[in-house]
Unconditional design. Structure first.
Lengths: 323, 549
């Protein structure tokens, strides 16, 4: 048990180190963005003086390294700074804290991700098991072909096909409001959920299928068969408990994608998610928001992968019960 | 062993004209070509043959089972009044694990890593539903005890990776026995074990099989093992029966040439030849993997043009010693002296000339060659690297080398996949030879080969030594191989050298305790060998055996 905690502690520490390195990358990448925020906000007619004053007001005139440390220290305190937008040359500061801008969008994204995961993960596991069980059957080929088609088609294309096909039955604009009830929200996100499910299910299903098929060739499965185990017992009792590690990894990967990679779907269904926020903020050079989004995306990846590793450890008796 | 059962002679298993095919390269190939097999209740039948003879396939067919990609095309399998060749899978499932059990070769791979041993031991009997959970658990513990497993009360609570290979093999026997089957198929159950462990497992299996009067089919390629276990022996080759007879007749008076050739391989022996001209000397070597120290103060001398065999069971540090000599694992202490000069510990600080003079041949010829390279490329590479031979010169030399290893120029363009196991190992020998080395480290080079092929490889190595004066450091766990090739012997145990000396000196008593245990554990062709050995150990109260487990 002690060893287990040691492993988990080590992974957590590594996660933090990764996050730190990522924060450096994000910061330097954003400082490389072309264009000048002061110029973008104040317009071409602004004088050098007003531009300089604007920059010093936001701390943009400080050296890069100092700006990085100011930012990262504040982030560690939970303060992502204030948005650049809402500031102008008139001197009124209407800007809002980054967190306040992001919170509702993040909630929306997480909601859509959870709903999609709740549909897609069980579906992918069941399909994966069934295709492994009936390998090379018509069902297997059909399921593989279909999921490959949906993963190969661009997301927006799938989304528009669904809109054409189901537009009459389900809402095509997912403009959720904070005060809506859960059922109303679910109805609104039905089409985005189906689109995303179609996009991610193939990956998870094929990994489940491959992991199970791989295990079915191992000597202990033959042994189980020769001791009279039924097909269902072989799959659920003998193969699946040993297959969780690779399956968890691919699930984590796809869940992360649901948080960080769904901007196209958000745009098609005008869903106010965090992906859309980030793209908009890049357009308006709202650096604090872009940085905060990027950092949250990175943390999501790291956290989900950590969880997948953890599942891998917890389902591996070699690590759980050392000699 | 079960005279009483034989006199009643009720037939338990009757396989008639079994034909099995396997699918490979887009077509069906015959694996078993019309074999008959009868087995009485309580009788043990030994099934022997080389790899590819179809022993395992026939053994599994006795259960009405074929591996995926195989099919039974003809024949009947009558087990206690039921034809398993025609039975539905569901009907066979009722018999598998309960009336016929299977014990697999690699227990380590055949236990599910995710479940506890006790759970796996009683699973099939639980399905049978005749006894309740508590009864089965108690029975399993009694079986563990009968099979001489340590801590029978609690060993079942462990996971497969928490017990040793020999113990796992016994747990698997307990698992097979749990339902009190009429028939057990033992498929090479001790092949993956060290000789010292093998003795214990063989004794346990034999006792329990006779205790419950269970019939068994015992599959192995090791004649000496089958001689201890079986009442009757059937020899298979290329999927056909060569001959069958009761064990003593078969051993004393084999009829067929093939059987006789199997019997004769073990008699290969060479006279020892002493020499003081030291080529390689390793002195007081300590080595560790990370923090785990595996070699303790190891010193070995290898004379020029001679063969030193390093023997010991797995984990004794034989291969690690080879890694130190080649520089793959730098030692933490001690020196390696070659041709009178100290060798740098690290591979990267050795000169090309130093590298050239020490070559290596591995156990798995399969994985030691790049499957995408032709034989010409494989042997040509060291010619170019060490000797700078290119183009026509290189090709000529490769063909010379092929002739030295008793193959011909037609092999030049072949890929490793197109070669047999013995041919692959010959190519590896040619590759080592290409560098014109002073010594070759042979790491279990014959362990993965059939006995007849082994003989060919050993003769080849001996011939090359006589012709070119190459010294061999021959790592093996097989005493028959040691007799056949070595001049001197080094016995290793737990990372230490236990004994070192000329072959006859080491092989004849008195021995240190460990050498004694190792040598006495090597099965002999005498059917009474195991009985005598156990009796002898009983009277001597051999404490070493217990310490080993």
């Amino acid at each position: 048990m002690l060893r287990l905690f040691e492993v988990i502690g080590k992974r957590l520490l590594l996660g933090f180190v990764t996050l730190f390195i990522v924060s450096l990358l994000i910061f330097s990448a954003i400082s490389l963005l072309p264009g000048d925020f002061a110029q973008a906000v104040l317009g071409q007619s602004a004088t050098e003086d007003t531009l300089a004053a604007f920059r010093s007001g936001l701390g943009l005139d400080k050296p890069l390294i100092q700006r990085y440390f100011d930012w990262i220290v504040n982030v560690m305190r939970g303060d992502f700074g204030s948005s650049f937008s809402g500031r102008n040359s008139s001197g009124f500061d209407l800007s809002r804290p980054v967190l306040e801008i992001m919170a509702p969008k993040l909630r929306n994204t997480v909601f859509l991700a959870l709903v999609t995961a709740a549909v897609a993960v069980p579906l992918a596991l069941i399909l994966g098991l069934l295709t492994a069980l009936f390998r090379n059957s018509i069902f297997d080929r059909g399921a593989n072909g279909l999921t490959l088609t949906t993963i190969s088609a661009p997301e927006f294309f799938l989304a528009y096909i669904l809109i054409i096909g189901f537009g009459g039955l389900l809402p095509t604009i997912a403009n959720v409001k904070p005060d809506m009830g859960v059922f109303e929200r679910l109805r609104l996100v039905a089409l985005p959920t189906i689109t995303l499910t179609l996009v991610i299910v193939a990956h998870m299903m094929r990994m489940t299928r491959a992991a199970i098929i791989n295990l079915l060739a191992s000597p202990y499965i033959e042994m189980a068969r020769l001791s009279g185990a039924s097909q269902a017992e072989i799959i659920f009792r003998h193969a699946l408990p040993n297959a969780w590690a690779p399956i968890a990894t691919v699930i984590a990967f796809n869940l992360a994608y649901l948080v960080v990679g769904v901007v196209v779907v958000e745009v098609v269904f005008t869903y106010e998610g965090i992906g859309k926020l980030m793209v908009d903020s890049v357009g308006s050079r709202d650096i604090p928001v872009v940085q905060a989004c990027a950092l949250i995306f990175a943390a999501t990846y790291i956290l989900l992968n950590l969880l997948a590793d953890l599942i891998g450890i917890l389902t591996n008796p070699r690590l759980l019960h050392p000699r | 062993m079960s005279e009483a059962a034989k006199t009643h002679s009720p037939l338990l298993l009757d396989m008639k004209n079994i034909c099995i095919e396997g699918f490979a390269d887009e077509r069906w190939h015959p694996i078993i070509k019309g074999v008959d097999l009868q087995l009485n209740r309580g009788e043990v039948l030994g099934l022997i043959g080389e790899s590819g003879a179809g022993k395992s396939t026939l053994g599994k067919a006795a259960m009405g089972y074929t591996q995926p990609g195989c099919r039974i095309t003809a024949g009947e399998i009558w087990f206690d009044g039921q034809d398993l060749a025609q039975a539905k899978t569901r009907e066979k499932r009722d018999i598998w694990g309960t009336r016929i059990s299977y014990v697999a070769q690699s227990a380590a791979a055949s236990f599910n890593p995710a479940h506890r041993l006790l759970e796996q031991t009683i699973r099939a009997s639980k399905r049978q539903g005749e006894r309740n959970d508590a009864e089965l658990r108690r029975d399993a513990i009694e079986l563990f005890d009968a099979l001489n497993l340590p801590e029978p009360e609690t060993i079942g609570q462990r996971y497969p990776h928490q017990v040793s290979g020999g113990q796992l093999q016994r747990v698997m026997t307990a698992m097979a026995m749990s339902s009190r089957p009429d028939l057990i198929i033992f498929d090479e159950p001790t092949t993956a074990l060290d000789v010292t462990t093998q003795v214990e497992v063989l004794a346990s299996i034999r006792n329990i099989v006779s205790q419950f009067n269970t019939a068994a089919i015992y599959i192995t390629h090791d004649l000496a093992v089958v001689a201890q276990m079986a009442d009757r022996i059937k020899v298979l080759r290329y999927g056909e029966e060569v001959e069958q007879a009761d064990t003593r007749t078969m051993l004393s008076d084999p009829q067929e040439d093939y059987t006789k050739s199997l019997w004769s391989v073990r008699s290969l022996e060479k006279p020892e030849d002493a020499s003081d001209d030291v080529l390689l000397s390793i002195d007081n070597i300590d080595a560790a993997y990370g923090t785990a120290k595996v070699l303790h103060d190891v010193s070995i001398k290898l004379p020029r043009g001679r063969t030193v065999a390093v023997v010991g069971e797995s984990g004794s540090g034989k291969s690690t010693t080879a890694r130190v000599i080649t520089g793959l694992l730098p030692q933490s202490n001690g020196t390696v002296t070659f041709n009178g000069k100290k060798l740098p510990p690290k591979l990267s600080s050795r000169s090309k000339e130093q590298l050239r003079r020490i070559q290596m041949i591995y156990q798995m010829a399969d994985t030691a060659m790049n499957p995408r390279q032709t034989v010409g490329q494989i042997i040509g590479r060291p010619l170019e690297f060490y000797l700078g031979l290119r183009g026509k010169d290189q090709e000529r030399r490769v063909i010379e080398l092929l002739e030295m290893i008793e193959l011909d120029a037609s092999f030049y363009d072949r890929l490793p996949d197109e070669l047999s196991g013995g041919q692959k190992q010959r190519i590896c020998i040619a590759r080592a030879l290409a560098a014109e080395p002073d010594m070759i480290i042979c790491d279990e080079v014959t362990s993965a080969l059939d006995q007849i092929v082994q003989e060919g490889i050993l003769n080849l190595l001996q011939r090359l030594q006589n012709e070119f004066g190459i010294a061999y450091l021959f790592i093996t766990h097989d005493i028959a191989t040691v007799r056949a090739i070595s001049d001197e012997i080094v016995v290793m145990w737990q990372g230490k050298v236990v004994e070192q000396g000329m072959k006859n000196e080491i092989l004849s008593p008195p021995h240190p305790a460990y050498s004694q245990l190792l040598l006495s554990s090597v099965p002999e062709m005498d059917p009474d060998w195991l009985n005598n050995l156990l009796e002898q150990r009983e009277t001597e109260g051999d404490g070493v055996i217990k310490a080993q487990d």
